[in-house]
Write a protein that binds this ligand. Structure first.
Ligand code: GUN
Length: 289
């Protein structure tokens, strides 16, 4: 039996739920709407934004893709956000990260109406997550990781979980979700400056890698029988590919997988879940209209 956690299959099931929820909303006269804003020309971001918009189309969610040039000023971007905040056809607003360096991302996130912040990055939603107040929005990638653990039948209660990475997009919200009542995990958040990172990781029953360094987690970092969730999506040069690169996770999959009870592949693990949970959040936002 395979120990692979199939993110494509789980995300397909989530998207099927979404399709039914969209139909129910439309029967009430509500079409969920998502605006995706991309500033600049980062190729990976272009791919992600394209997938988000395409998935909206598949589900019958209205979407608006707003592509702005790299030179877009902070003021121009804030005006776009203000317009979307006031637009009744838009339930969710997402500004793709990372923006160009001259943009103050923190200020842009604060400008998004918390009720339309389907990324769950606004301080109000971050606070609600910490408070375990379900009226907020949970960031999509960690929400997707939690759903994968649940679908794979992984018990988090009382488990030692190590999260590598302390980003606001993944590491911190992931730690909060795992600590929350119901999940009840014992959580350690480690990062690039942690002393004896390998030793910390070896304690983990569940290891969540979200550092953005290709294949950093080696076989001797992982306890026999651990569950490994690989959040990394790294582009590494590969001359044998037409694109010139291949995608790899933060985990050295080939050497780590044989030791694991269960592991997510890259691609096809966490990645598809992020988009599925974004659709969920957009539908929730529309339902609260
Ligand atoms: N960049 C990488 N992941 C994400 C995400 O979940 N949301 C946004 N807005 N940007 C991202």
């Amino acid at each position: 039996m395979s120990n692979l956690i199939d993110g494509k299959a789980v995300s397909a099931a989530v998207l099927e739920e979404c399709r039914k929820e969209v139909a129910a909303l439309k029967a009430r006269g509500v079409t969920p709407g998502l605006a995706v804003v991309l500033v600049g020309e980062d190729p990976a971001s272009q791919v992600y934004v394209g997938s988000k918009v395409r998935t909206c189309g598949d589900l019958g969610i209205y979407s608006r893709k707003i592509e702005l040039p790299t030179e877009t000023t902070q003021e121009e971007l804030l005006r776009v956000v203000a317009t979307l905040n006031a637009d009744p056809a838009i339930d969710g607003i997402l500004v793709q990260s990372p923006p160009p360096p001259h943009i103050d991302e923190e200020a842009v996130i604060r400008a998004i109406s918390p009720a339309k912040d389907v990324d769950g990055f606004h301080p109000e939603n971050v606070a609600k997550l910490a408070l375990e107040d379900a009226s907020g929005f949970v960031p999509c990638t960690p929400a997707g990781c939690m759903r994968l653990l649940r679908e794979a039948g992984v018990e988090t209660r009382g488990a030692n979980v190590v999260v590598i990475g302390r980003s606001m997009i993944v590491g911190k919200p992931m730690a909060l979700l795992l600590m929350a009542k119901g999940a009840d995990a014992t959580v350690t958040v480690a990062h690039s400056r942690s002393r004896d990172l390998a030793g910390i990781c070896r304690q983990a029953d569940i290891l969540v890698a979200a550092v953005g360094r290709p294949e950093m987690v080696k076989a001797d970092w992982v306890k026999e029988g651990a569950v490994v969730i690989d959040v990394g999506i790294n582009r590494v040069e590969d001359a044998s590919r037409k694109s010139g690169f291949r995608l790899t996770g933060d985990v050295a999959f080939d050497e780590v997988a044989p030791k694991c009870k269960a592991i997510t592949p890259v691609p096809g693990g966490v990645g598809p879940m992020t988009i599925a949970m974004l659709m969920k959040n957009t539908i929730v936002a529309a339902g609260r209209r």
